[in-house]
Design a protein around this ligand. Structure first.
Ligand code: DGJ
Length: 633
């Protein structure tokens, strides 16, 4: 009818234990003991629009989730903006923390004072993106890493988003987050409904560390569904930076053999095993094995890798189609495109139109056929271009602005099917590194490749930013070769190990080309990681020195029972004429004694927290050190 206003009135509400799922969408979950839900029913009597505001409060973490369900009981209408939450707060001299970046520079932290006017974050790239992140935190007054009040907001969605903050005329702050209204318009006929994804709202009165603990706890217990949620993640070796597209069965087996000797637990075969793909210009969509490279076939390779005692993992980029592919020859209309316009290629490829069921089903079938061929225990799900010129010949003109969100629903559907059909597979999501590190993907896949930048020094900031929200177990982190392939920096193997051990650990280099001395070092790193793996992957993370404002960077992981801690330290640049420093740790028991496993020395918790560990002398740039602490009973 041309109306542009909505006015909602309270009708009724209900409160119950537990939390409902959100149809077709990833969302946090919890049983009757874990959380309580409020459904607030509202109505616009003029439009005949029914809106349910869903709030769930968790009992084991300071978290409320919020989403909105919209049902049209009146004349046809277009939904042009539907955020998942909006909240007004008193102005508390807030600082807004957001994350920004680019490919290979993901999740750089930005702090901005909240002043009059609009501020925020957004993506209209059809993915949560390398550039901005669906996360905002408001830190009150002088809150910092360890103290003060922080309100964190995170959108559980992998597509276009907006997060906005406004300090208004009466000195109150309005915050909101949801699907970006640009390029979004959803047609609701009478009887149709729309469910928004959810926003997670976290409260901490112990600064950013506290906020991180709430997010990590929530995501470990109430978002990640995989069987691997609480399982130790295997130490893997990935052949991407070792061989790029140039590999065959023999090469992979030679890497696997050396890896097995050094204690590594899984070989991951990356891009290039299918179609006739020898560079990035072909074959996406043709998910059948290239037997010229994998002579003997996939099953043979998997069996041989298993015989060496390693698990086997494989790479896919299921959302894509190369114009040079059999799939494109058969179905050129399956690519996202605006009819009549030549679609822009990114990395020589186009996006498949996941808003169409037949496309999603066809990709699913192809993947199942590959995964059924052998004992495949890990899948890396990659995605290497953004959405541009969004359009689909499958939908009428009035529904073209539904395509970006329908794409996400198609993506979530295939992930739902795959993860239920292959519950034993460990899935790792990836998007040109960390372009789609988000809560939506985490629901299906318990870990994400953090960044294509594997340089230890660059990773310090990337991992610190990522760790603000995502559990350590979710951050894929590998030791790569020097000179590093992204920044050409030389760093010691020890430093690369210490930094990669801050996440789900692995290697990404040609291990067969390492010297004997280096291989021995890798063996010790693998042994060390196996000893500290549970503490690192499932303990609490504390940031001791931030990569964003210091030459020294340090963090610690403390086991849940407080009995074990791993303290890690990196000094970026050497300084002349300084005395060896100390590193104060956090969260130990002041009264207890702790043994430093590496040296056998024993210190009081109070000594370690208020005087600190002796760092000792470090020579040269990019040096690192780590300590393992054991509480003495
Ligand atoms: C981008 C990923 O982030 C890399 O790790 C690698 O898998 C390449 N794609 C392969 O094309």
């Amino acid at each position: 009818g041309g109306h542009t206003a909505v006015s909602l009135f309270y009708v009724s509400h209900k409160i119950y234990a537990g939390k409902p799922g959100l149809a077709g969408l990833p969302a946090t979950f919890g049983d009757e003991n874990a959380c309580e839900t409020l459904e607030l029913f509202c109505e616009d009597p003029v439009l005949g629009l029914k809106v349910t505001l869903l709030y769930t409060a968790f009992s084991d973490v300071d978290v409320i989730t919020r989403s909105v369900r919209i049902e049209n009981d009146g004349e046809m209408l277009y939904l042009t903006k539907a955020l998942s939450f909006s909240m007004d707060m008193d102005n508390r001299d807030f600082t807004l923390l957001t994350m920004h970046g680019s490919w290979a520079r993901e999740r750089m932290l930005e702090h901005r004072k909240v002043k009059k006017g609009f501020m925020g974050v957004e993506s209209v790239r059809g993915e949560s993106s390398h550039q901005e992140h669906p996360f905002m935190a408001l830190a009150a007054g002088n809150a910092d890493q360890s103290q003060g009040e922080v309100y964190g907001m995170h959108f559980v969605y992998s597509g276009n988003f907006i997060g906005q903050v406004e300090l208004g005329q009466f000195d109150t702050v309005r915050v909101g987050m949801g699907i970006h209204p640009e390029n979004f318009c959803w047609k609701l006929e009478k009887g149709d409904s729309f469910q928004t994804p959810e926003v997670v709202l976290v409260y901490s009165d112990t600064g950013y560390d506290g906020m991180t603990h709430q997010f990590h706890e929530l995501y470990r217990n109430h978002l990640i569904r995989s069987e691997y949620k609480d399982k130790k993640r295997p130490i893997l070796i990935n052949n991407w930076e070792a061989t790029y597209f140039d590999f065959n069965t023999e090469k992979l087996l030679s890497i696997a053999k050396k890896a097995a000797e050094l204690g590594i637990e899984m070989l991951v075969m990356d891009d290039g095993w299918f179609g006739h793909r020898n560079d990035d210009s072909t074959s996406l969509g043709d998910w059948y094995v290239n037997e010229e490279k994998l002579n003997g076939g996939l099953k043979h390779l998997v069996d041989e890798v298993n015989k060496l005692g390693l698990k086997f993992g494989i790479w896919f980029e299921p959302e894509m189609i190369s114009p040079d592919s059999k799939l494109y020859e058969a179905h050129p209309d399956w690519a996202i495109q605006i009819p009549g316009r030549k679609p822009v290629k990114g990395r020589n490829q186009l996006l498949l139109d996941f808003s169409r069921k037949e496309v999603v089903d066809a990709v699913y079938e192809q993947m199942c056929q590959v995964l059924d061929q052998g004992n495949i225990e890990y899948v890396k799900w990659d995605m290497n271009r953004n959405m541009t010129e969004i359009g689909s010949p499958a939908w009428p003109a009035k529904k073209q602005k539904e395509v970006a969100h329908r794409y996400m629903l198609g993506l979530y559907k295939i992930l739902e099917n795959l993860t239920s059909n292959f519950p034993n597979i460990l899935f790792e999501s990836c998007s040109g590194g960390g372009g789609r590190f988000d809560g939506g993907m985490l629901y299906y896949m318990p870990q994400t490749w953090t960044s294509d930048d594997t340089d230890a020094i660059e990773r310090l900031k990337i991992q610190e930013g990522t760790s603000l929200v995502y559990p350590t177990s979710a951050m894929g982190s590998h030791v790569s070769a020097v000179p590093n392939h992204q920044v050409h920096r030389m760093t010691p193997l020890n430093t690369r190990g210490v930094v990669a051990m801050a996440g789900s650990f692995g290697y990404e280099l040609d291990i067969t080309k390492m010297t004997d001395e280096e291989k021995e070092e890798v063996k010790s790193q693998v042994e060390l990681y196996k000893n500290i793996r549970s503490t690192v992957q499932f303990g609490d993370l504390y940031r001791l020195k931030s990569a964003f404002n210091s030459n020294e960077v340090a963090w610690m992981n403390l086991s849940k029972d407080g009995k074990k801690a791993v303290v890690s330290y990196v000094k970026k640049y050497a300084e002349p004429n300084v005395i060896p420093g100390r590193l104060k740790v956090k969260a130990l028991n002041e009264e207890a004694l702790y043994e430093v496993i590496e040296t056998g020395e024993v210190f009081g918790g109070d000594e370690l927290m208020y005087i600190g560990l002796e760092i000792g002398e470090l020579t040269g740039d990019y040096q690192a050190k780590s300590w393992t602490l054991r509480k003495i009973d």
